[in-house]
Ligand binder design. Sequence first.
Ligand code: AGP
Length: 612
Amino acid sequence: MCGIVGFVGKEEAAPILLDGLERMEYRGYDSAGIAVRSEQEGLQVKKAKGRLHVLRELTRDGAELSGTLGIGHTRWATHGEPNDVNAHPHISENGRIALVHNGIIENYMEIKEHLIKQGVTFASDTDSEVVAQLLEFHYHECGNMLEAVGRVLRRIEGSYAFGIICADYPNALIAARKDSPLILGYGENGNFLASDVTAVIKHTRDVVYMDDGEIAVLTADSIDVFDDELIPVDKKHHTVDWDVSAAEKGGYPHFMLKEIMEQPEAVRKTVSPRIRDGRVVLDDVALTADYVKEISRIYIIACGSSYHVGMVSKYNWERLLRRPVEVCLASEFRYSAPLVDEHTLVVVISQSGETLDTMAAMREAKRLGGRTLAIVNVVGSSIARESDDVLYTWAGPEIAVATTKAYSTQLVLMDLVGLYLADVLGTVESAEYSAIVEELAVLPEKLEKVLAHVEDIQYFASRYFNHDSIFFIGRNLDCAMGMEGSLKLKEISYIHSEAYASGELKHGTISLIEHGTLVVALGTYRALLDKSISNVVEVKARGAEVLAVTTDEFRGKMEKTADAVIAVPESHPVVQPSLGVVPLQLFAYYVALQRGCDIDKPRNLAKSVTVE
Ligand code: AGP
């Protein structure tokens, strides 16, 4: 959840660290801090509660700290409230070691008690400070920093990505990782560590992904990586295939709006290389036809919006594959005695590829003998590397906390995989197969048409932004799509919202509908349109104000019942949610804008959730 960055080189470190933190602020933004070391000033530390601009002001954009070696951190609080003291970097008691940490140290209490007994005084309430103090303890014992780090790693339990500097090692930065992302970057004027490529992309595209248990020592001219026994490891270099402009707003007021607008291109990049001569081609997976034919059960595991992609895919895959597909929240999966064996395909969906719940569920599925296929956006992320197979959504970097383009690319990639499997199994008619492939190929143009009507949605947002409770209702695929519309709205506008299967409303929840309640009624699934309209009539009869989302073909019919209608182009039912969701994303965006919310960094949230 937090973001860490480090630099050692031939330039002033502080401005580089602040810039890196700014690009990673979406990972956590309740406080931030940097530590820089110079020959003259020694170790200098500045920390501040609040957004990064507070730290920028405090340090005069970094000018207050001099030195070419440093570490920085942007925090999403777990242990200890967000304040200046709990902000990272944490400093050991003698002031000679500074450390930034992303993750959670599970046995920190026990270590803290031990150190207190040894006379160590703690400044903060965090689990991370315990590691800084323990490092000093072991460094004092063995007199070698690398050895001390090794000893600490053997002692702590939990997840971590660390950046460490020590006053006695003026030219070295130490990194270590387990279950929290960490990349190392080779720059011209120095080397970097960071939680995320976005922090270093301005300086280098040449990166190495650290693996669990590894420790790295960075100097201005070298990076050496060691395993947990401190034996050197040869690491493969990767070239990041996007540049700094992809991680900037490019004239848009918010990353979220930019990313919504990028959807046609992101979908095109995800789909077009995988369709050849009208057939779906998945070159990058090793699922053999023999294995596919033996699949008896499919699990889709994910969190949040990625889970909602799973909900849509359940309908689509069961239609195409004629196999049971179960969608599980990753946080529930491993505690639910899942029925996984070697004939179970477990599909994990994750934009970041670092979500801890999803990762843990995937490991459990593997342990039980299932075969895992990951649908991931971030290249080289932990889930991508640990899964048996991985397919990337080519959405590019997604910065806004509320996902949009990653969701859309996950949807289409799941459609492609569904078609691929159905083809192998022989469970899809060739006419239907071709119709879906054709619709996926023209989807980018249809998405552009939806985005061309952004003003209509802006208008509806200005009409409805002051409602304090909003329901999303729909049937079948519309119900799954409504879950995403509702989550989008609540996470960025803070309006209470619920998604409901239209037919289920009358079994209880309809009691909440009263005069003026806003109901967003989704009617894009043609097979159940008349039933959906009946449900609109039911809520209208109880005083609801209804904003309907339907297709061009059914606009007229909807207009007879709903108070306002948004229409999207028609597509094959399997592909239709990819179009229907876009007005919901835009509606959430403009409602949040009207309410003056911090759209890209909504309260209490972080982009990548690396705690359980
Ligand atoms: C969506 O807008 C969210 N911010 C959140 O629900 C997200 O989809 C979820 O945390 C899963 O993240 P992942 O796809 O990176 O695993």
